[in-house]
Design a protein around this ligand. Structure first.
Ligand SMILES: [Zn+2]
Length: 206
């Protein structure tokens, strides 16, 4: 089932061309706030075969969610975003707490209404990410769980007409990560593993 190869090859082309310059630009504007980018949620449409939920580092919405969790008094009743985050961020916060309480970074269960699309994820096993970025990766996978639960997608998912994938972009290093179900974790997409990842996609493993 073609489609995702183009994206993964595009990631490689991006690595080999503009990534370094982009990183330089980010380094120059680090003192300025970065634009919060919306969490992408692609939904089934027409003949789209691959739905990718793409999260990113230093996400302002995720940072706010974490801040609301640590400091409930900062909740602003006038803020639609605060309301939205409090309502929809709960599951991700619960999973973050589980991850933070477990120094061995054991797998976290993502349980879909459809058991075919339940999975486990090991989050940041090397403990490289700050807590907000851990939450961001968890929330990206939480959206995958949520997408898989949509009734209207059921037949497309079960017939493997549509595959779901999660990616996570580190905006400061310009590195793309892809969630590998066989590996139960996000893996850096690079020249050494892109063929393997394409193979996982072809075999509907991701
Ligand atoms: Zn964001």
């Amino acid at each position: 089932m073609p489609g995702l190869q183009k994206i993964l090859n595009g990631v490689i082309r991006f690595r080999q061309t503009v990534r370094k310059d982009l990183v330089k630009q980010f380094e120059q504007i680090l003192s300025v706030t970065t634009e919060p980018a919306a969490l992408e949620l692609a939904v089934k449409r027409g003949k789209i075969n691959h739905v990718i939920v793409c999260g990113h580092s230093d996400c302002k919405a995720i940072n706010t969610l974490y801040n609301l969790h640590k400091c409930p008094k900062s909740f602003d009743a006038e803020s639609p975003m605060d309301h939205w985050l409090r309502r929809h961020g709960f599951n991700s916060i619960k999973k973050l707490e589980k991850r933070l309480a477990d120094k061995t970074a054991g797998p976290i269960e993502f349980v879909s209404d459809n058991p075919l699309f339940s999975f486990q994820a090991i989050i940041d096993p090397e403990d490289k990410l700050n807590v907000e970025d851990k939450l961001s990766q968890i929330n990206t996978l939480q959206q995958l769980e949520n997408v898989a639960s949509h009734g209207f997608l059921k037949e497309f998912l079960e017939s493997q007409t549509v595959d779901l994938h999660a990616m996570w972009f580190d905006i400061y290093t310009g590195e793309m990560h892809m969630f590998s179900k066989p590996n139960n974790r996000f893996v850096l997409v690079d020249e050494s593993n892109v063929e393997e990842l394409i193979d996982e996609v072809d075999k509907h493993q991701t």
